[in-house]
Design a binder for this molecule. Structure first.
Ligand code: MG
Length: 369
């Protein structure tokens, strides 16, 4: 099979409510998403989506993806999309780094591999059956009362795991949030306090030794060095997210004992091929992982959750659904959807999400052999 055409669409995805991270220093209202379709000489087409969470969350932005596609797409024309390791090596030689630019192309190749093999992606990734995957909420930073109210609304929709966004320079405000939320949460529900890099190590050590926080603390400081310093001096298990991009970053985090778990997000690490390598490494070193994407519609969510569904229970924590925060739905009703706290993966070959191009508007670029 050969790739004969790559079509690119851009779509703004407004959030249904403004969202604050990192103690309120980062605000998000709209995401810039890029959809790609790879057509082939055998009549099969594969879809992928790349959608950074705004421009301030990671060193990634929507226009950056489309600029990268101008370099990568012409090189992939004529190549076999089922040769995934070859495709990834080609992308890495053509454009070193820029991992987030490559994920939509890699996912579209996985979609084609699944369609060619007649198997859904969870099966290609090693699962025997499509186990239901628990989903987790994502709670914007606010006062303790505002955050507890958002958690209760999420609980009413079936969510039993919550990621509460905290962090900031006001140590007392974070202690108050952690204590109030921990006290209000029913014992059967699970919680992560996601600091999104906001603390210095001194603040992290001070706050985390002052509270009886349950469950996980995520990405307390900006860098792996700083997080490793914190991990040695606090009682809670540490989850890392933004500071890990390459496989080598993950290896270094394990060597230094900097975390007990990681977030595995295809768009952050360069696609499903690289995310799967990191997931498998995580299993081998005993990590627990939240497997989900950085952002996007139900298409991006579904791609990431195929990997989650093929991950053993003891290593898989709940997955977040970005599309639950959006005011628009470019793939209406398709892919993974929350049903009382769980999603079920599609059984159709490939990704199991096929956008209607009419709903995506006019393409912004077409690359042809
Ligand atoms: Mg996070």
């Amino acid at each position: 099979m050969k790739i004969t055409r790559i079509t690119v669409w851009q779509m703004d995805l407004p959030l249904s409510a403004p969202y604050w991270l990192s103690g309120g220093r980062l605000k998000f209202e709209e995401l810039d998403s890029t959809f790609v379709r790879l057509d082939t000489d055998q009549g099969l087409s594969g879809w992928g989506e790349g959608c950074p969470w705004g421009e301030t969350y990671l060193p990634a932005h929507g226009r950056g993806i489309r600029a990268g596609l101008e370099i990568l797409a012409p090189v992939l024309l004529g190549e076999d999309p089922c040769a995934l390791d070859h495709i990834n090596r080609l992308m890495d030689i053509t454009l070193p780094g820029h991992l987030y630019v490559k994920s939509a192309l890699d996912v579209a190749c996985w979609d084609l591999l699944g369609k060619a093999a007649g198997m859904p992606l969870w099966r290609l990734m090693g699962a025997q059956k499509a186990a239901p995957v628990a989903v987790n909420s994502s709670i914007s930073t606010g006062t303790p009362e505002e955050m507890i109210s958002l958690i209760q609304k999420a609980s009413a929709k079936g969510y039993r795991t919550h990621s509460a966004k905290i962090g900031g320079s006001d140590t007392h405000a974070d202690i108050a949030r952690i204590e109030a939320i921990s006290a209000a949460l029913p014992a059967v529900e699970k919680l992560t306090f996601d600091v999104n890099r906001a603390w210095t190590p001194g603040v992290a050590i001070q706050v985390l030794n002052s509270v009886a926080a349950r469950d996980w603390i995520e990405q307390p400081c900006e860098t792996l060095d700083l997080c490793a310093q914190v991990a040695k001096r606090v009682p809670q298990p540490i989850m890392l997210d933004e500071c890990l991009q390459t496989f080598q970053n993950h290896l270094e985090a394990w060597r230094r004992g900097a975390c007990e778990g990681v977030k595995v997000k295809p768009n952050r690490v360069g696609g499903l091929t690289k995310a799967r390598q990191i997931r498998d490494f995580g299993i081998s070193v005993g990590w627990q992982m939240h497997i989900e994407d950085v952002g996007g519609s139900a298409l991006a969510d579904t791609a990431a959750l195929h990997l989650a569904a093929s991950t053993p229970d003891e290593h898989r924590l709940a997955s977040w659904l970005c599309h639950d925060h959006l005011a628009v739905d470019p793939v209406p009703g398709q892919g993974v959807r929350n049903q009382d706290g769980f999603v079920t993966l599609p059984v159709a070959p490939g990704l199991g999400v096929v956008p209607d191009p009419d709903l995506l508007g006019m393409p912004v670029a077409i690359y042809e052999a």
